[in-house]
Ligand binder design. Structure first.
Ligand SMILES: Nc1ncnc2c1ncn2[C@@H]1O[C@H](COP(=O)(O)OP(=O)(O)OP(=O)(O)O)[C@@H](O)[C@H]1O
Ligand SMILES: [Mg+2]
Length: 286
């Protein structure tokens, strides 16, 4: 498989900082994979996202070492606009993303396509489709600046996926949403994956990561400390030292294991618990 995002020995320091906030980070992500990034506050998740979309170091300046390749092309060989079409980025803070120049949600979602010079008729069709997909049709005439945090998160996501980028980098899209709104965002991300998009998601909600993501990157104080398929990373005893929350079922299972209950494997999804316990737990009667 081809890697669409590749970082090799990347270290980065903001212009005003004394320390590297990314420390010798290396990983690669294959086309079509859904990768979740987790880690405590300040561990470098957002900085890593900004590196993937070229804002580190182009916009933030500072000192970047190592190599970043997007779609097999070195970061420095891209024009910023060119990369912007390939990498769609949804901000951690939905209050930043709203353009501030459009009076209603429909126009806000259409804004990026307008800038690309897409014909008006096509814009209408694409925006209608996305409003429906993201379930914000009822907000179409509302002023974006008057929306709640959760509504803004959906509008922000819509205004990026309408551009149809190959790579989606989404930084904590559900922080302002209730459980139903959160599930819904994951439904959309899953649909994007089905459409072949490569997805990088920063998220704390581990139950949903365990259910949907393929791979997991764990950041800790600027270092990428663990990486691999979600199931392998969650079963790695080294994870415990980074104060990462486990999926609920994993937490329960690990506690049982500590108390001497044998597990046939470490469950990461609720429906796996019975199987993980049964296979070893059932007494043999022969
Ligand atoms: N623009 C900036 N200038 C200087 N330092 C910054 C800047 N942005 C972030 N930092 C610092 O870089 C480190 C990593 O921050 P970053 O925002 O990438 O972490 P994060 O894992 O996304 O955190 P959170 O969970 O709070 O979103 C922190 O120590 C932060 O204070
Ligand atoms: Mg962040």
């Amino acid at each position: 498989m081809t890697s669409v995002i590749k970082l090799k020995n990347v270290s980065y320091r903001y212009p005003v900082g004394d320390d590297d906030v990314l420390k010798d980070v290396s990983f690669s992500i294959e086309k079509g994979k859904f990768t979740a990034i987790i880690g405590n506050n300040g561990s470098g998740k957002t900085t890593l996202c900004n590196t993937i979309r070229g804002f580190v170091p182009h916009f933030y300046k500072g000192n970047l070492e190592g190599e970043v390749m997007i779609d097999q092309i070195k970061m420095e060989d891209y024009q910023l606009g060119q990369l912007g079409e390939k990498v769609g980025y949804v901000f951690q803070n939905p209050f930043i993303q709203v353009s501030g120049v459009k009076d209603n949600v429909f126009e806000e979602v259409a804004y990026g396509l307008e800038n690309l010079g897409v014909p008006v008729e096509e814009i209408k069709i694409r925006v209608e489709e996305i409003l429906k997909l993201v379930k914000i049709e009822h907000l179409r005439d509302k002023n974006p600046t008057g929306l709640s945090g959760g509504q803004r998160q959906r509008v922000a996501l819509a205004s990026i996926i309408v551009m149809n980028p190959e790579i989606l980098v989404i930084d904590e899209p559900t922080s302002q949403l209730d459980p139903i709104g959160t599930e819904h965002i994951f439904d959309i991300i899953r649909l994007m994956k089905e459409r072949g998009k490569t997805i990088v998601l920063v998220e704390h909600k581990m139950d949903l990561i365990a259910e949907y993501a393929d791979d997991l990157l764990v950041m800790h104080e600027g270092e990428l400390v663990l990486q691999g398929p979600v199931r392998e990373v969650l079963a790695n005893p080294a994870l415990e030292q980074y104060q990462i929350q486990y999926p609920h079922v994993t937490e329960v299972a690990l506690q049982l294991q500590k108390e001497g209950v044998p597990l046939s494997f470490i469950p990461i999804r609720a429906e796996e618990l019975a199987e993980a316990l049964n296979m070893n737990g059932v007494a043999k009667h022969d």
